[in-house]
Design a binder for this molecule. Structure first.
Ligand SMILES: [Zn+2]
Length: 68
């Protein structure tokens, strides 16, 4: 008697699907892409993270360098 593993079901959100199993990665897609944050290309991930935090980027860019 064999027991088959439960068939994974696809999530209800737009998901990455990266990988070999029938559903693949269930990570939600990054807006404007077909991959989740984990499987997004480095350049796309950096661009996305930058777009998420423009204020933080400004703060970081505007932070004066401290010279001692
Ligand atoms: Zn993924």
């Amino acid at each position: 008697m064999t027991t088959s593993p439960p068939i994974p079901s696809a999530p209800s959100w737009p998901y990455c699907a990266h990988g070999a199993d029938p559903v693949g990665c269930r990570g939600i897609n990054v807006s404007g892409h077909t991959d989740c944050l984990t499987h997004l290309a480095d350049t796309d991930r950096n661009a996305y993270l930058t777009s998420l935090s423009p204020a933080l980027t400004l703060i970081t860019a505007a932070r004066p360098s401290t010279k001692t």
